[in-house]
Structure formats: structure tokens, C-alpha cells
Design a protein around this ligand. Structure first.
Ligand SMILES: *Cc1c(COP(=O)(O)O)cnc(C)c1O
Length: 432
């Protein structure tokens, strides 16, 4: 018997809203994007979640991409439990840190050395700091619709007009802090070129999600990443790939392995923690040696390189590097994409289904979706009804039309079929 009786989603929500801001600890979980209220998770296994009332859901979030092996993968659980038996944290080196760093350096083409931190936010913030220190410049260029965590300088949005300097995207972020952040449209090399012409001498880095995955999934246009590589090299800025989602997700070596473009610095998170809080940044020794204690760029962390997280991360990578893993992930996701598109066509609904590896987004909009602007034009009201239709059939999709669906190795053909069946039913319902 489980301990507490009569705990319901409604009672949990009531309690959560009383003591937590908006009832949650990260805004997207609140269902504001789709209406209604979230359910409360009791446990997960493989591709499945159970809520506190014992209802099952097929999970397409996987803790926002962290759980590429699904919930409670046996190898990962065993590794974490073994590490936990020795203690929780020491604030003194443990061998697991170099073991995971070595595996990352072997896998990710541009990385020789790694620094672990505790979140993706922290990792991006630190990589940007390093790029500013290494170049002696202060401006940073990023793309409309990208998410790089919630550090102040990156909570900037584009002003009116192309390549204007950023204005704060949140109260509490001073203008001065985002004044050096330039935002341009993704997949628009001409806009990047114009910005580089104007600000190139002051540009510390170009920061990019090589596959955009926080405005829905948007793949890079052919030549786009190569173009960024060329432009940054020419103006002396560092190219930073934010691979917090794509790292060990779209390929073992991340998007840089998939597309064959080597950035100067790479940011990782999500998958590499095996379900625990881990972020990392890395690159050539030439850059990384400028970080303290070898260099002057200060960055530290009480729980950085957490032994349980290192063990879970390493176990995750060991499973992932087995031959055929990524081919199978891609194939399952492709089957899902083809089915989603086919059933939408059958009811005469315009959809764009973007997929890269095991990342996918179904946009209710005229295809193609190649920029954030196009993504934002998708029909959010229709997605809301779709989301709830799927949820009532036990399929848990992202509670926002602008997020990726994440498949895991635990999603097999039965899960794809179940999803497509629900999809067909819900589409009929919402287009009737
Ligand atoms: C999730 C994410 C981050 C932030 O990572 P946190 O661990 O949530 O701080 C940064 N960049 C990208 C691309 C992300 O998807």
C-alpha cells in the first residue's frame, strides 16, 4: 500500500498553489499554455507515467528531454544507487567526473576539456562569460525563439527592426544587461551577416541552438550552420552551440556530429545528467584553460560534478553508444511523424511536422515552419483542444504548442500505434 490515501490531482494542485508560485517550480509545467491544471506524478517506468490517482500516461516529455532512455532505466538506476551508497556529495574530486568528461570529449567533436555545472542555464551563462573574456569583447548574438536558460543577458528579445540591440524580455532584467545582446531570425544568414557587419568588431560570440527546440523543433537550413562558422571565424567571434537539448540526442556526438560543423564552445545539459541536475560547457583546451583555476575566468559550484549525477550520466551514455540506438530512435520518430501527417491530411488539416532524430513538433500551421515567426503563427487554440483530447486518452504531450516532443528508447511500436490511434480520433473530434 502506498502511504497517503485519498490524494488526488485536485488536492495536490490546491496544496501546490498555496505554497509554490503558480503551483510549480518551472512555468511551463503549470499548463498555462493549454489551460486546465497539471496532474501530479507518482512514478514513471519506461515510456509511462502514473499520476497520484493511478492513471497512466504515455510520456512524450521525458523530463524535457533528459530521459532519453525513459524512466527508471535499469542500468542508470543501478549506477546511481551504487554511487549513492558511498555518499551524496563531497566537494572534493571524485573519479567519476573525469570519466564522464572523457566520454563527452571522445563523443563531441569540438570538445577537449569540460567543466561541469548544475544546470543548462549556468552552463550557457558561463560559456558566454568565457567567450567575452577570450575575445575581450562584450556583444553576443543569438536567435529569435531560442532559449538559453534564464540568465539575465540571455533574457533579451529583439527590438523592432533587424539586428537591433536587445531589450529585456522580463522585468528585473536591467536594460544595461541586455544592451549587448543582439537577436536575429534563425535560418537567416543575411541577417547574421548584416549584424556582423555592424557589430562584428565588438562581437564576443554567436550563440545558437543548432536545432531550435524551444519554439517547437526547427532544423537548420542547409548551409546555415556552416555560414555561422564562416562568419564567426572571419570576425573573430566564438561560435557557441547550445546543445543542452541536441547533445547526445540528435546523434551521439550531438548536432555538431550530425551536421559536421565544429563550434568553439559547446554547452550540454539534460541527457548528460541521466535524470539528475547537470550542465556542462566544453571546447578546445585553448579556450577552456582560461577558466579558473587554470585561467582568470571565474566560475565555481558547490554541487558541480555531483557524484550520483556523474554516475547516472555515464551509465546513460554507455547505453546510448551501443550500435543502432540512434537509428532506432530516428526510425520510431519518423514513423510517428509520417502517421501524424497522414491522419492530418485525411481530415484536411494543414500541419507542419518537424523532426530531427528523436525530437518532433506538430505545428498546426501551413508548412514549412523554418523560423520562430512562422512557429508563432501556428494555431495555439487548436493545439489546446488537441492537447486535452490526447491527454484524456492517456497521451501526455508538451503543455505548449512551442515545445518539442521527446521520444526515448523506451518508446516502441506499440506506443507509436497507440499515439497515432489517439491522434486520429482527436483530429476527427476537433475538426468536426
Ligand atoms: C533546457 C535548456 C537550457 C537551460 O537548461 P536548464 O537546465 O533548464 O537550466 C538551455 N538551453 C537550452 C537549449 C535548453 O533546452
Amino acid at each position: 500500500m502506498r502511504g497517503v490515501t485519498a490524494r488526488t490531482n485536485a488536492s495536490c494542485w490546491k496544496e501546490a498553489r498555496r505554497y509554490l508560485v503558480g503551483g510549480v517550480n518551472s512555468p511551463v509545467r503549470s499548463f498555462r499554455g493549454v489551460g486546465g491544471r497539471p496532474f501530479f506524478v507518482d512514478r514513471g517506468k519506461g515510456p509511462t507515467l502514473w499520476d497520484v490517482q493511478g492513471r497512466r500516461y504515455l510520456d512524450f516529455i521525458g523530463s524535457w528531454g533528459a530521459l532519453i532512455l525513459g524512466h527508471r532505466n535499469p542500468e542508470v538506476m543501478r549506477a546511481a544507487e551504487k554511487a549513492l551508497e558511498k555518499g551524496t556529495t563531497f566537494g572534493t574530486p571524485t573519479p567519476g567526473e573525469a570519466e564522464l568528461a572523457r566520454e563527452i570529449a571522445k563523443a563531441v567533436p569540438s570538445i577537449e576539456q569540460v567543466r561541469f555545472v548544475s544546470s543548462g542555464t549556468e552552463a550557457v551563462m558561463s560559456a558566454v562569460r568565457l567567450s567575452r573574456a577570450a575575445t575581450g569583447r562584450s556583444k553576443i548574438l543569438k536567435f529569435d525563439g531560442a532559449y538559453h536558460g534564464h540568465s539575465d543577458a540571455l533574457l533579451a528579445r529583439a527590438g523592432s527592426g533587424l539586428a537591433t540591440l536587445g531589450i529585456p524580455a522580463s522585468p528585473g532584467v536591467p536594460r544595461g544587461v541586455t544592451a549587448d545582446t543582439i537577436t536575429v531570425p534563425f535560418n537567416d544568414l543575411a541577417a547574421v551577416e548584416a549584424a556582423v557587419r555592424r557589430h562584428g568588431k565588438g562581437l564576443a560570440c554567436v550563440l545558437v541552438e543548432p536545432v531550435m527546440a524551444n519554439i517547437g523543433v526547427i532544423p537548420p537550413a542547409p548551409g546555415f550552420l556552416e555560414g555561422l562558422r564562416k562568419l564567426t571565424r572571419r570576425c573573430g567571434a566564438l561560435l557557441i552551440f547550445d546543445e543542452v537539448i541536441t547533445g547526445f540526442r540528435v546523434a551521439y556526438g550531438g548536432a555538431q556530429a550530425l551536421y559536421g560543423v565544429k563550434p568553439d564552445l559547446t554547452v550540454l545539459g539534460k541527457v548528460i545528467g541521466g535524470g539528475f541536475p547537470v550542465g556542462a560547457y566544453g571546447g578546445a583546451r585553448r579556450w577552456m584553460s582560461q577558466v579558473a583555476p587554470e585561467g582568470p575566468v571565474y566560475q565555481a559550484g558547490t554541487l558541480s560534478g555531483h557524484p550520483v549525477a556523474m554516475a547516472a550520466g555515464l551509465a546513460t551514455l554507455k547505453v546510448l553508444r551501443q550500435p543502432g540506438t540512434y537509428e532506432l530512435l530516428e526510425k520510431r520518430t519518423r514513423q510517428l511523424r509520417l502517421g501524424l501527417t497522414l491522419f492530418a491530411q485525411r481530415v484536411g488539416l494543414k500541419t507542419a511536422v518537424n523532426q530531427v532524430g528523436s525530437l518532433l513538433t506538430l505545428f498546426f500551421s501551413e508548412p514549412p515552419v523554418r523560423t520562430a515567426k512562422q512557429a508563432r503563427r501556428s494555431d495555439a487554440a487548436l493545439y489546446r483542444r488537441y492537447f486535452h483530447g490526447m491527454l484524456s486518452r492517456g497521451i501526455y504531450l508538451p503543455p505548449s504548442p512551442y515545445e518539442a516532443w521527446f521520444l526515448s528508447t523506451a518508446h516502441g511500436m506499440p506506443e507509436i500505434e497507440k499515439t497515432l490511434l489517439a491522434h486520429a480520433e482527436v483530429l476527427e473530434e476537433i475538426t468536426r
